[in-house]
Ligand binder design. Structure first.
Ligand code: PXL
Length: 275
């Protein structure tokens, strides 16, 4: 019999195109060797062109999915993706407290504040930003906004490295233990520098800027790879470094379908080598 793997939970929406959302999260968990559980928050109708609509799952059903998984299978670490609405965010916050996910609990909690798709389709109601800031950030082990999300959350339009520092401080003041301000959208920067901050120390994590349009789901995959390492018990800086290495390979392996980052799996590699 094989050993029990670490368990990661994603609280996220479904992407019918398979590139982002819970599909990207589960693909990443599997590639990282952790068992993935899911609390579905919304079902989007989308393809490579964009999101043409979505339905929300009721907040109590979202909370029930988290509760049954946490109290039976157990959760080593959890992450959020598309949360869609303020009532869903409130339900997630309450049940996370109940089952020990997030600060004060035993399971690290990564809040990826998904607000819109790459194509600009809105995935979070306008009135849900307050809930995200007030009800989830204080529970988060780590928040992982991109620069568009930074602008929505703290009103800073980051255009250079100095403003990335300013944004990290403003986001940290909202209560998370750690902040990762992703620099991928600073397109004039020849490198991709993500800034990690714990309220005391800043760490610049530098990676190559990969010239590709196939980054749909990249943020989801990064947060999921980080969550996988946290589920294994890694400290936050180590988990973030791992996540960055993972995403560089996932972007390089992307299918040219507009369908998202590609799989990074030893099995996939073996198969590729045989063909
Ligand atoms: O990549 C952000 C994201 C998260 N979740 C769902 C999405 C998207 C982007 O399209 O569709 C369901």
């Amino acid at each position: 019999m094989s050993a029990t793997p670490p368990v990661a939970l994603t609280i996220a929406g479904s992407d019918s195109g398979g590139g982002a959302g819970l599909q990207a999260d589960l693909r990443t968990f599997t590639a990282c060797g952790v068992h993935g559980c899911v609390a579905v928050t919304a079902v989007t109708v989308q393809n490579s062109v964009g999101v043409s609509g979505f339905v929300e799952i009721s907040p109590s059903v979202v909370a029930d999915q988290i509760r049954v998984v946490a109290t039976d299978i157990g959760v080593g670490a959890a992450k959020t993706g598309m949360l869609a609405s303020a009532p869903i965010i409130s339900a997630v916050a309450a049940v996370c407290d109940e089952v020990g996910i997030g600060r004060g609990g035993s399971a690290p909690f990564v809040v990826d504040p998904v607000a819109a798709s790459m194509h600009g389709d809105q995935l979070l109601a306008d009135d849900a930003l307050d809930a995200l800031r007030n009800e989830l950030f204080g529970r988060a082990t780590l928040v992982t906004p991109n620069l568009d999300e930074v602008r929505l959350l703290v009103g800073i339009d980051v255009r250079c490295r100095e403003q990335q520092y300013e944004a990290a401080k403003a986001l940290h003041a909202l209560g998370p233990a750690w902040v990762l301000v992703k620099g991928g959208h600073l397109r004039d920067d020849p490198e991709c520098v993500d800034l990690l901050y714990d309220g005391a120390e800043f760490t610049e994590l530098t990676g190559p800027r990969i010239d590709t349009p196939h980054t749909h789901g990249g943020g989801d995959a990064l947060a999921s790879a980080i969550t996988s390492e946290l589920a294994r018990g890694a400290p936050v800086p180590e988990a973030v470094r791992f996540g960055k290495r993972y995403i560089e390979q996932a972007v390089e392996n992307a299918y040219p379908l507009g369908a998202g980052t590609g799989p990074v799996s030893p099995f996939w590699r073996l198969r590729d080598e045989r063909v």
